[in-house]
Write a protein that binds this ligand. Sequence first.
Ligand SMILES: [Zn+2]
Length: 349
Amino acid sequence: MSEQTIDFKSKSLPQELIGIPEEDSNVVSNLLESYKEKYRACIEPILAKPESVDARVRTLETRLHEVNRKRAEHYGRKYNPSEILYVDRIQAVLQSDSINQSLQENGLGSFGRFDANAATHFEIGNFIVVFVNNFEDRDIDAYDTAKKLRHEMSHAGSVRKMRGYQVDDVRTSLERYRVGAQLSSMKKGVTLGLVVDEGHHAIEDLIFDGQHPEYRQVDPFLKEIPTSDEIIPNGRQKYNALREKLVADGVVKATEMMMCYWKSEKIDMSGTAGLYSDYSGLMEQIYAGDPDFFLAGSELVYADKMLAFAKKVEQTYGKGYFNKLMSLQDRDDTKPLSEEIGKNAQTRA
Ligand SMILES: [Zn+2]
């Protein structure tokens, strides 16, 4: 869900990440590997035991790697499979203080207990952290993990050219290593395309849940990804029923996503986070149910093809709209653009 961000201006930046020789892929490769290994060493005590990871989730992982590989090949890229680190939520809660301390000592940021770190794709090091054991019920837990894994793996399989860090040079070196092309793109400190990128992946989350079958039909790669109902029958229904009950009981707000909930644990195992609909909402509005528009968005995210998408946006929503859309800094800024679409629709009607 969330993206790992590193403040390159802060002192916590691993010093070896500064000044990477631009073209020396061996040096960059070693640094990336050492970043991952350092991170893994810090979270080792809370890594999930192999038997805690549902077999259905493992199967999905294999299929998603395959889809990413095929898609990358189709667009002339080489897929570098992300390693998945499964973390045990219960252990993460119990040991959060010591884990955070060790991450901070190593300049690796901190590990949110519940919030943004439900799942993360780390661009530096190319690995994914996903929590398991978030819920008592096996199906609910597997569904929740599968959904987050799918989301992060779609980040891992994308071009990511729209993201950027504060020090562009470092970003460029790392990204260039990862996919063999120059990717970073920033304008006056604003990361271009963040909302478009995140929004597109958030719509694919909905597709995984069986929504927008018209989009799934036109994308040959998405078609190969099973829906959540196919992998974990009843998982989604059970998850939604639990959420509705917890909303009714006042444990979870209607505007929140539940991150974990264990009734039987003696420690506090309830956690929530903001809904993801701010991202998907605007992009759903922009695609407006048009599969061709969705495909143009997909090619932007997975193939770095910006022109077709930009043209479609400007033709539909007016000159200058693409620029505004790509300059959005985060989900909180989406409202004016969303209202603009509403107004245009009224004018046209
Ligand atoms: Zn995301």
